[in-house]
Design a binder for this molecule. Structure first.
Ligand code: NAD
Length: 338
């Protein structure tokens, strides 16, 4: 099958199974392949990775075919791919797929630089292919419950904590690009407004890149928000609080418990209730949303422009004048007991 013909025909040919590939057989790519293999209306054609051991792992885990190069995968005739290769390769791989009229979902962050991100967006627009960015947290049912709880409310402030231990594989990015970019996207999505001011405080206490970040923001709509993120907390925590004029909403994105306080009285009393939260696997919901956008030709749930906007704010946090303070931190290994 000719990939160009199949991609152009995908929107009209809703009844046909989509021929989908995954690029990168690491942690995320293996998960993409696992989920795609189980989706109705999808033919998982295979996964690409230059490393033989990662291809073998994907074959064992998912039972799909594995290819050494992108060209080998594309030669099979592909409608859509998900790109889960290292971030510095997103730009090159995305442009190569778009040039073949293949719809793409790019893992977050969309690219290494804003310029590269914009080039991906422009190329996808010119080719008329779907471009979605993998800000998977939007598909966390706890996040969806928070979004629904604050819908129509006058949002005043947002606080997000995303902390945990050092990742087992140190990549070449710090906590802002790796973790905070999720929450920058959530702040933009919750408020439906752009971030116009950033006040970052960063430290690299143990790692080369920043491993502690306290980030403050103001949105165009006047909401104050902060993100507390680090790789120094021995356990994972992901919490969101949103204060509106009428409510205070608290969500634990790991346990998926979402609670709202409301009905504030002059004597300080108020009511509280747990909100219903769904059980969907976020990655499954994200991939279904991507494939729906491919089939319908409608704007995807997380557009390329939104991915670039969140990356731009993350990079502004790294480039802000507060940055030199990071270098004044006492650096040294962490003490380990025993
Ligand atoms: N949405 C999320 O929550 C989330 C979580 C983790 C990572 N990510 C993103 O996913 C991407 C991958 O991260 P990861 O943690 O899976 O990394 P990883 O290192 O586990 O996997 C990357 C894989 O890409 C392969 N690769 C290298 N060059 C390639 C090429 N030219 N073509 C195809 N594959 C190639 C590597 O061999 C490796 O197997 C990154 O952009 C990262 O930011 C997103």
């Amino acid at each position: 099958m000719n990939a160009k013909v199949s991609a152009a025909g995908a929107k009209a040919d809703i009844g046909r199974a989509l021929r989908v590939g995954v690029i990168g057989a690491g942690v995320m790519g293996s998960n993409h392949a696992r989920v795609l293999a189980g989706l109705p209306g999808v033919l998982l054609i295979g996964i690409v990775d230059p490393l033989p051991e990662h291809r073998t792992r994907a074959i064992d885990l998912v039972g799909c075919r594995a290819f050494e190069t992108l060209d080998q995968l594309l030669a099979e005739g592909i409608d859509a791919v998900t790109i889960a290769a290292p971030t510095h390769l997103h730009h090159e791989i995305a442009l190569a797929c778009i040039a073949r009229n293949i719809h793409i979902l790019v893992e977050k962050p969309v690219a290494s630089t804003v310029e590269e991100g914009r080039e991906i967006v422009a190329a996808a627009e010119r080719a008329g292919v779907t471009l979605m960015v993998g800000h998977v947290e939007r598909f966390n049912p706890a996040v969806a419950a928070i979004k629904q709880a604050i819908s129509g409310e006058d949002i005043l402030s947002i606080g997000i904590t995303r902390v945990g231990p050092f990742p087992p594989r140190m990549s070449n990015v710090g906590v802002v690009i790796d973790l905070a970019v999720h929450d920058i996207d959530l702040i933009r999505w919750f408020t439906e407004s752009d971030i116009v001011e950033v006040q970052p405080q960063l430290s690299s206490a143990v790692a080369e890149r920043e491993d502690i970040a306290l980030l403050q923001f103001r949105t165009a709509s006047g909401v104050l928000a902060h993100i507390n993120t680090n790789w120094l907390t021995p356990f994972k925590a992901r919490n969101v609080t949103v204060a509106t004029r009428g409510k205070y909403v608290m969500g634990d994105l790991l346990t998926r418990q979402v609670t709202e306080c409301f009905g504030f009285k002059p004597d300080g009393s108020y009511s509280m209730r747990h909100l219903p939260v769904g059980h969907d696997e976020p990655l499954r919901a994200e991939l279904i949303a991507f494939l729906d956008a491919v089939r319908s030709g409608k704007l995807p749930a997380v557009s390329g422009d939104e991915g670039v906007a969140s990356l731009e704010i993350a990079i502004r946090c790294l480039e802000s004048p507060a940055r030199p303070a990071a270098t004044t931190m006492r650096k040294g290994p962490r003490r380990i007991a025993g």
